[in-house]
Design a protein around this ligand. Structure first.
Ligand code: FAD
Length: 318
């Protein structure tokens, strides 16, 4: 079922979460173990992230460098099928521009359509370490999420890449996209970022999931600005429970977000990560309750495939 239909049908806040595919070589059982404890809260959907290949340089005996292509977490499409099969819940694959030609994207979407996947989260994808963190589009690929959205919208209208083919079967994907309450880090300013977000919605996106944030005020302002700009689709807040002290520096550097001073000082007082986790859970409960009161359609948790902290939060709310 489409996420927008779940939202329309419900008069209360829904629960959902995101998982990562297991590391290559790990069994899928580790993932099932992370999902099982959260099923009692009746998630309406589970997002599965996509991780593109990375280039690793290894020194050969002769001193020359050898470039190796490594994909640490393959299996997004297969995992979606496994989740639907085992838990009877909708799985939402993340589809990225990076590493895909348009044709490979089309073929992946056909696979997903055959599998009965109704929802996709469309993203540009992160930059690559080997490119100094910059995003480099494939020669035959997309440069921005908006181009990928256009491709899916076309398929939803029965228009495939080969325009000599007529009477093609139209897919019916519900399209999710990313939004950034604290601005996407490459955008020169919030206004420009919102202009691009607005374009993604105008092209035919159905809902927005936000980057994680720890200060609800940032989300409230973001929703207000989106609504003022005419963006009317549901905006789902993404939340991540803090679990380690190291995240005080890691999260801002990876996700380009701020952590509120009050949270930082509580974490700094903690003797160990067990205490940090407790602070993170309490913060997550407080954030979630306030967002529920605000009337968000769904609370979406970045579980990082570790269910414990999300479970402690969900127990208080769902
Ligand atoms: P875009 O919407 O394309 O925007 C990228 C930047 O370009 C922005 O600064 C935007 O303002 C600007 N821009 C957009 N259109 C134009 C234009 N036409 N001209 C000029 N500038 C433009 N990454 C993964 O690799 N795998 C995942 O599974 C994944 N899941 C995610 C889930 C969520 C909920 C979020 C919030 C992010 C996720 N990411 C994931 C990270 C995401 O890929 C990065 O944040 C990426 O840098 C931007 O993706 P986007 O779809 O927002 O890009």
């Amino acid at each position: 079922m489409k996420i927008t239909d779940y939202i329309k049908k419900s008069n209360k806040t829904l629960f959902s979460f995101e998982i990562l595919p297991p590391l290559k070589g790990e069994s899928i059982q580790s993932l099932f173990k992370a999902i099982e404890p959260l099923m009692e809260f009746k998630p309406k959907f589970i997002d599965v992230t996509y991780h593109r290949e990375e280039f690793v340089y290894k020194k050969r005996e002769n001193g020359l460098l050898e470039r190796k292509v490594v994909r640490k977490r393959p299996g997004t499409v297969g995992i979606c099928a496994a989740i639907v099969n085992r838990f009877k819940v909708d799985a939402v694959p993340h589809i990225i521009c990076g590493g895909f030609s348009k044709e490979e994207t089309e073929n992946a979407l056909i696979d997903l359509h055959y599998l009965g996947v109704d929802n996709v989260l469309l993203l540009r994808g992160d930059g690559m370490k080997s490119e100094g963190g910059a995003f480099v589009a494939e020669t035959e690929g997309h440069s921005y999420a908006s181009e990928l959205i256009q491709q899916v919208v076309d398929m939803n209208h029965g228009k495939y890449l080969d325009d000599t083919l007529l009477n093609m079967h139209a897919t019916d994907f519900c399209i999710g996209i990313a939004g950034y309450p604290e601005k996407h880090f490459e955008s020169p300013n919030m206004k420009t970022d919102l202009k691009h977000l607005q374009k993604k919605v105008e092209l035919g996106s159905d809902y927005i999931v936000t980057q994680m944030f720890f200060d609800n005020q940032k989300f409230f302002e973001f929703v207000k600005t989106c609504r003022e700009a005419g963006i009317q689709v549901p905006i789902i807040p993404g939340l991540k429970p803090l679990t380690t002290k190291l995240q005080l520096t890691v999260l801002p550097s990876i996700f380009h977000i701020d952590l509120p001073e009050e949270l930082v000082s509580e974490v700094e007082k903690c003797k160990d990560n067990a205490a940090v986790k407790q602070v993170g859970i309490e913060w997550g409960i407080h954030q979630s309750k306030e967002l529920m009161k605000f009337g968000v359609p769904c609370l979406h948790y970045y579980s990082m495939s570790r269910s414990d902290a999300v479970k402690q939060i969900a127990k208080e709310l769902f």
